[in-house]
Write a protein that binds this ligand. Structure first.
Ligand code: GLN
Length: 538
């Protein structure tokens, strides 16, 4: 018999309450008690995946080992749990419909009229149970994107109702995350919006089992009692989620509020073990008590929206804690960088990271930032587009190949040092067609990366179309830019370094997707260490 338990996290009153962090924190606590847990995100939009979304729309696109382009919440899940996720962990309405329509075309519905209920809801239920059926997990936490009452979420809410009915209250739990706003003029926390959102959920036939209340002020016993009475839960099922200074505090805050014990009790699971959070708390201790500070410039074109570079910023937090330094990241918009202001823009920084990106906008500023870092011995980490910019800069300014570029930015460039692979040339569809997911890379022994990773072969995640053009490799290597990581199957260059520079590394892949609290990424750890060294030598 399948004994997997399912927890659903819904949102009420407002978006951006941090369902992903609550889900990840609960998962952390359950994992710390020895349960095998994974998290899934259901997104009610019609894109098949977020891969085609502009970062301004939805923040960063997070890539898994199996090459799924997913919601950034999956990044939180991996960072908190240190467990890898996959395509099955993120499902959108677009994907659900795509799959149902494909089944209809294959004739699988045997002449039936295909409808939201039961066909779409069945597909949703199947996707939820897919992870449970692997037998790899005791508990699946499924976060439902959006806010209850949204037209788009209705089929998901209905699927939850059906699953609860089919599997029973002991096996399915609904946690409703809601907002308790503070009205300054009245000097009071207000429960009415929550009452309404719980009622909306009830209209769809779902009773919230646990209320997690986002609030700027502590909830009094009176207020908890009131919420319990009007929202039809026990008082102990009202959980306070007070604003925290860091997301990494949330598991401990949820522990204090007993979210894990109440969850286990309701799911009839044993709660005799106590959560082992030693490693987590060690990290928090180091994160909160840094001995020094380093300043890193993050050069990108989506810097107005912090979520665009979520995994990079989180990787710096992990690497900072590992080095016992506070990493202060200054975001610098690449469109506003030029030859004349570069020294001023990068002054006071101890390291430069040029971010991933697509399209021409802002690339000349990025190339200028590379040049400055290279000429001033400033530690440099280029990620994906940031690696490509480093190659272009070297070709232009050291090899003297004027107009060298990526054929993405200038298809007519006389020197396409970054170019499309042949396989990519015939592809016209944009969705899901890049080089995606984990690929192997062999490291050169006497290189920075060889020392940093302490292994010969690595696997890192990719998301790009263009590649280092091998025709220029020899020329660049002779001039001092070395290829130090090579894909063993394709021979493609994955990593470049400048050995005459104190710390200059460009990687075609995205190390930031694999940094977690339990496993800070070695490349970020080494980069922060190099930046710290630079700050001391100054
Ligand atoms: N635009 C570049 C490419 O497609 C880099 C992509 C990225 O930085 N993720 O190759």
């Amino acid at each position: 018999m399948n004994t997997t338990k399912y927890i659903f996290v819904t949102g009420g009153v407002s978006s951006s309450l941090g369902k992903g962090i609550i889900a990840a924190s609960l998962a952390k606590l359950l994992q710390a008690r020895g349960y095998r847990v994974t998290i899934q995100k259901l997104d009610p939009y019609i894109n098949v995946d977020p891969g085609t979304l502009n970062p301004y729309e939805h923040g960063e696109c997070y890539v898994t080992d199996d090459g799924a382009e997913t919601d950034l919440d999956l990044g939180h899940y991996e960072r908190f749990l240190n467990v890898t996720t996959s395509q099955a962990n993120n499902v959108t309405t677009g994907r659900i419909y795509q799959s149902v329509i494909e089944k209809e075309r294959r004739g699988e519905f045997l002449g039936k009229t295909v409808q939201v209920i039961p066909h779409i809801t069945n597909e949703i239920k199947e996707r939820v149970q897919l992870l449970g059926d692997t037998g790899d997990y005791d508990i699946i936490i499924t976060e439902i994107g959006g806010t209850v009452g949204d037209i788009e979420s209705l089929p998901y809410i209905e699927a939850v109702r059906q699953l609860k009915w089919e599997l029973g209250d002991d096996n399915v739990l609904v946690i409703h995350l809601t907002l308790i706003p503070y009205l300054k003029a009245a000097g009071e926390l207000k429960t009415k919006p929550t009452q309404h959102s719980v009622k909306t959920l009830m209209e769809s036939g779902i009773k919230a089992d646990i209320l997690v209340c986002r609030t700027e002020h502590h909830l009094s016993d009176d207020l908890r009692r009131k919420l319990a009475l009007f929202c039809n839960v026990q008082q102990e099922d009202v959980i306070e989620s007070i604003d925290a200074s860091t997301i990494y505090d949330v598991p401990n805050l949820m522990l204090e509020e007993k979210l894990d014990t109440i969850t286990l009790k309701k799911l009839k699971l044993s709660d005799v073990t106590t959560p082992d959070l030693e490693q987590w708390n060690n990290f928090l201790e180091r994160h909160k008590n840094p001995k020094n500070e380093v300043h890193i410039g993050l050069i990108g074109k989506y810097v107005e929206l912090q979520d665009s570079y979520k995994s990079i910023l989180e990787s710096f937090i992990h690497a900072g804690a590992e080095n016992e330094v506070k990493v202060k990241v200054t975001s610098i918009h690449s469109e506003y960088i030029n030859k004349d202001n570069i020294a001023e823009k990068l002054s006071g920084l101890h390291g430069v990271l040029v971010a991933p990106g697509f399209g021409e906008r802002g690339i000349e500023g990025k190339i200028e930032a590379v040049r400055y870092a290279r000429e001033n011995n400033l530690p440099y980490l280029g990620i994906c587009l940031g690696m490509q910019m480093a190659v272009i800069e070297y070709a232009r300014n050291i090899l003297g190949l004027e107009g060298a570029n990526s054929s993405e930015m200038n298809p007519e460039t006389p020197y396409p040092v970054i170019d499309l692979m042949d396989e990519q040339k015939s592809i016209t569809n944009k969705g899901g067609t890049m080089r995606l997911g984990a690929w192997k890379c062999d490291l050169k022994e006497d290189s920075i990366v060889g020392k940093v990773y302490k292994t010969k072969t690595i696997e890192e995640r990719h998301r790009h179309r263009y590649e280092f053009n091998d025709q220029y490799r020899e020329q660049l290597e002779v001039a001092g830019l070395k290829a130090t990581g090579i894909n063993p199957d394709t021979g493609l260059v994955e990593i470049i370094e400048i050995p005459s520079h104190p710390w200059f590394v460009g990687v075609q892949y995205h190390p930031e997707y694999k940094s977690t609290v339990a496993g800070p990424h070695p490349l970020f750890v080494a980069f922060v260490a190099a930046a710290f060294k630079h700050s001391e030598n100054k």
